[in-house]
Design a protein around this ligand. Structure first.
Ligand code: ATP
Length: 282
């Protein structure tokens, strides 16, 4: 890529994946994935359990190596410049990342130290991050006393404290009740509105993506099967069907995934992994 292209992409694209592949032994978790996330959007990577969403975003975070294909974050190559990529992003994994034996504030402070937030700015930045997720009033309570939704918002604060340009969230609402889910999404939206940060989120809840994401990619068996705004995707299906029905994003997904879509939603080990995570977070 030329310097000029590099600079243009760094301005307009938060994430670009081209031909990304990742295998665990014989399992091709990500298979020739092409994706481009524009700066400032809330982008949803959707798919059932086992579709390859977590693997794909772990490659973007550099937690997994990019062995085949290419990943760039704001123009920085994840394979050749992983440290530069890490400095640009905040990541909330599916697994619990808050410590129950620390207070909310201590948890966020720990991340501020790990991410090298300058010492003299730390207290203010920690307070700001807790405020942004609506936990300022309970910041000095032990995380063990928090509800599942509060823990998710605490993890969001942990990721926000380093002021990342790209926030990546893996199934942020899994295992939460509807009220807690709405609250998590409203805080994500408020943070995006306040900072202009790009948000890349994985979810298998199509209704949430429809409501909160600017654009989505529908992923199945390691590949992106459709990409666009929820409105575009549902309108296209409605036009293709031409029967006056009003399809949902879930209908679009069934349409593009075809007969390969497993009704049970992924293999047993994928469901079990998800449930374990939900239990620990919730
Ligand atoms: N550490 C691993 N070892 C072996 N296989 C794995 C590993 N992690 C994921 N896989 C397999 O790779 C495929 C994609 O998994 P991945 O976790 O990326 O999917 P996902 O869409 O994020 O699903 P989930 O919502 O269940 O996390 C699945 O078939 C899964 O079983």
């Amino acid at each position: 890529m030329s310097d000029t292209t590099d600079r243009q992409e760094a301005v307009s694209c938060a994430v670009v994946c081209e031909g990304l592949c990742y295998s665990f032994g014989e399992t091709r978790a990500v298979d020739e994935l092409d994706l481009s996330v524009e700066a400032g959007e809330i982008f949803g990577l959707l798919g059932p359990n086992g579709a390859g969403k977590t693997t794909a975003i772990r490659c973007v975070t550099t937690l997994l190596p990019v062995r085949a294909g290419m990943v760039r974050v704001f123009g920085r190559d994840a394979a050749t410049d992983p440290m530069a990529v890490r400095r640009l992003l905040g990541y909330v994994p599916q697994q619990l990342s808050a410590d129950a034996r620390l207070t909310g504030r201590e948890n966020v402070s720990l991340f501020a130290r790990v991410f090298d937030v300058p010492r003299r700015e730390r207290a203010a930045r920690v307070a700001q991050a807790l405020e942004a997720v609506g936990l300022a009033d309970v910041a000095d309570r032990m995380a063990a006393t928090f509800s599942g939704g509060m823990i998710r918002r605490l993890e969001l604060a942990q990721a926000l404290v380093s002021a990342p340009r790209l926030l990546m969230l893996d199934e942020p609402t899994i295992g939460l009740d509807p009220i807690a889910r709405t609250s998590v999404w409203e805080h994500i939206q408020a943070v995006r509105a306040a900072t202009g940060m790009t948000v890349l989120v994985t979810t298998h809840y199509m209704d949430e993506a429809d409501q909160y994401c600017d654009r989505v990619a529908l992923m199945h068996q390691g590949r992106v099967r459709a990409i666009g705004t929820p409105e575009q995707l549902t309108r296209d299906l409605r036009d293709r069907r031409g029967d006056g029905s009003a399809p949902t994003l879930e209908d679009v997904f069934r349409d593009v995934a075809g007969s390969g879509l497993d009704e049970e939603g992924g293999e047993f080990r994928d469901v079990r992994r998800t449930r374990n995570t939900a239990t620990r977070v919730g």
